[in-house]
Design a protein around this ligand. Sequence first.
Ligand code: HEM
Length: 437
Amino acid sequence: MLDNSLIRLKRFGKSLHLRRVTLQHGFRAALKGKPLPPGRLHILSSTALANQFLLLEESRRLGPIFKVWWGGKFTTCIVGHEIGRKFLTENEGKTKAATTDLSDLFPFGFLRALEGETHRKYRRIFIDVFKGLDLADHDAFLRRVVRKVLVQLAQMEGPLSAATITRAFKKATTEMQLRLILGVKRDDPLYEPLAKAYDDYAPNGIFLVAKDKHRAAYRRLRALVGQVIEKGATPDSLLGVALSKGDPDETVLGNLIQMTEASRYDLHGLWFWIMNMLSRDPSILARVRAAAPGPERRAFARSVAQESLRMEQSEFIHRATTRDIVFDGFFLPRDTRVRICVWEGHRDPIKFAAPSTFDPERFLGEKHSMDTYAPFGMDKHRCLGGDWTIETSAVFIEELASTLEWDVVSDGPPARGVFHFEPSSAFSARLKLLQDA
Ligand code: HEM
């Protein structure tokens, strides 16, 4: 009874807030003499939110720029990579990245959230550090990690659930990123304490607001990384490269710690999408198997990874306006959210024929400009791990092809997760080791 009254009260509070925001921004737009973007601000039902095509349908109805009430915020959506990139370029200095603020964990916080000279300084440092690590040197290691996990999965009894599969993939991406970023190998005594500290820091992907428990887990991670440095970090890791260039400051170390978490999470999510999408068309893995091992197979596996990212996982770029903006004739008020709709841009039939068809051929020998394909961002915050994502995922795809076959036992429509759409949690499959694996 009390619970129901509380829910009703909360709902009332939310709709009052929404009404106040609508009036306030409408009034300011009138003063500016420019209209707000089209679209109705209202609390979206759970049915509407479960529709992956919602914003694409809104853009067809309202045009490429429109507003929605999204995550409790006035949000201007921009659909189309060209216009999205135009917005970001024209309004640099009037927007900031809308992402978790980690500045009370380490100075300035995550690169993704930095702006101006501070961002330029640390981005330069990281571009240099990434250049010092050649992933090709780690190919055999990556293969071993992926294969080990796939074999373990295939040896398990009965159909495997989405939760079992994703847990195993996360084990693999954790081993990979701890080795490649922090230089800690599986048999290092610091490995388990680090993996445990990461699971306490962010058990289900990065948190939206840093709380005391995150600060405590971060301090543990930082102390463990201190021990890695004392022992002498493996030179062929990002931490090793950073140390070889001088004395990395707390911002560099904090970013390496954070990057390990963010990337192990993103990669394992992408791999589950890859497995899910490959399940629908077995001819694709058959083609990976049939390609000559070496450059030919790798080129096709890369194109499968690229097509996977066009179809899923990479959904948006978020910015918060720090000043009033007039863009394409519309008024975008200060302190509101802008969403560059990347997923929707990748479904443009003019850019990609039959956009809902999974077709890796689109990327074979084809380079797409950022106005067409941009799963890793489109401005100064572009992902530093883009090539890394494609290369490690290509290894994953090659190993999937040479190790496993599977039958899907159950599946369902994609479902909205905490950060973006994920394959259905009803997905389950019976895995079998290939005879010559
Ligand atoms: C599924 C895999 C991944 C996807 C879809 C992805 C996507 C993105 C996107 C869209 C951005 C730009 C965000 C913005 O403009 O606000 C970004 C930034 C970034 N990504 Fe990734 N990423 C992935 C994996 C990785 C990996 C493996 C690493 C590192 C090893 C990495 C490191 C970074 C860093 C450091 C930034 C911030 C760059 C800056 O602000 O200057 N990412 N990523």
